[in-house]
Design a protein around this ligand. Structure first.
Ligand code: TLP
Length: 344
């Protein structure tokens, strides 16, 4: 095994910066469940302002943020529309049914963009046989579509459909700032099309933990209670909110570097034998590609990469490489040369 690892498994592996560690040590804290942690309050107002919403809530994980939003917007025995490859539907251990008691109705899409007419055809009214549709979930950037950006006009069109039928929209914006930078569209414009938005501090923004859920004040008040119900009421959690503030104020712009590196890696590996990847599809920090090579199965290929110090993951749709703060140009060069050695 190689001693230095180039870890492309996820942007969740990013370690907090020195400045974040210092801020953690020095954070002014209180009991956040009792509502008196000033650092959490500062983070929540900052997140609300960035999202263009009235209020925001600090939650331990993106999954908890999404599950609270679904629970808040739905009643048992209803149905929600999800994109077929979305994280909320495929990768969150079915909390939709377990916690909220609603059924997901998956809709196929073009690289994360659901056709608004198809969504409208799938909105159901309650009858003795059918559930009421109460929520549409959108993901941007779209993880399993290789970090694709769902354009603002698509989400606006979904908003029109939702309004026509009295349905809510939740935006899984785990990587909304990647989408925002790549499309030069401020995050609050995406959020304005949704009733609620979740975004992660612990991915490319490099905070050690935490996500934000934003929406109007009465929604967040309800969510605060649901967070407690789910065991997510945290006490002197200003120590974790402090790096979150740095994540939001100082780490958003640098995501551009991750996008450039992902594009460079995709362009270099796409022509190699066995790789099925269109570099033009790589707009943010995620590369997902198929491997059809006579020498390697996917697990064998990943094992051989790891033996050479390059870590990646298998995911829905293929092999995934994610660029992030702790991947530099040298890591990308190394990955490219390992690919060339193995496949050429
Ligand atoms: N994604 C993780 C893994 O779960 C796959 C990753 O490595 O990409 N929404 C989206 C779009 C996500 O990508 C993720 C995490 C979440 C929600 C959940 O966030 P966490 O991991 O904080 O629960």
């Amino acid at each position: 095994m190689h001693e230095k690892i180039s870890d492309f498994r996820s942007d969740t592996v990013t370690r907090p910066t020195e400045k974040m560690r210092k801020a953690m040590a020095e954070a002014v804290v209180g009991d956040d469940v009792l509502g008196d942690d000033p650092t959490v309050q500062k983070l929540e107002s900052l997140a609300a302002e960035i999202a263009g919403k009235e209020a925001a809530l600090f939650v331990p994980t993106g999954t908890m943020g999404n599950s609270i939003a679904v629970k808040c917007w739905t009643k048992e025995l209803e149905e929600i529309i999800v994109e077929a490859r979305s994280h909320i539907y495929n990768m969150e251990s079915t909390h939709i049914t377990f916690i909220s008691g609603v059924t997901p109705r998956p809709i196929p899409s073009k690289r994360g963009c659901m056709d608004p007419e198809e969504v409208e055809r799938n909105i159901r009214k309650p009858t003795v046989h059918t559930p009421r549709t109460s929520l549409i979930c959108v993901e941007n950037s779209h993880n399993n579509w290789s970090g694709a950006v769902v354009p603002l006009n698509n989400i606006k069109a979904l908003r029109d459909v939702a309004d026509k039928h009295g349905v809510r929209i939740h935006l899984d914006g785990a990587r909304i700032f990647n989408a925002s930078l790549a499309s030069e569209t401020p995050a609050d414009r995406y959020a304005a099309c949704a009733d609620s938005v979740m975004f992660c501090l612990s991915k490319g923004l490099s905070a050690p933990i935490g996500s934000m859920l934003a929406g109007d004040a009465s929604f967040i008040e309800k969510c605060r209670r649901l967070r407690k119900v789910l065991g997510g009421g945290m006490r002197q959690v200003g120590v974790l909110a402090a790096p979150g503030i740095i994540a939001l104020t100082e780490m958003r712009e640098r995501l551009k570097e991750d996008h450039d590196r992902a594009r460079r890696l995709a362009e270099a590996i796409a022509p190699l034998p066995g790789i099925k990847c269109n570099p033009d599809h790589i707009k943010t920090n995620i590369i997902i590609f198929d491997l059809e090579h006579k020498k390697y199965t996917v697990p064998h290929f990943l094992h051989e990469l790891a033996e050479r110090g390059v870590w990646a993951l298998a995911t829905t749709g293929g092999i995934r490489f994610v660029t992030h703060k702790d991947i530099d140009d040298e890591d990308v060069d190394r990955a490219i040369s390992v690919f060339r050695d193995m496949l050429s």
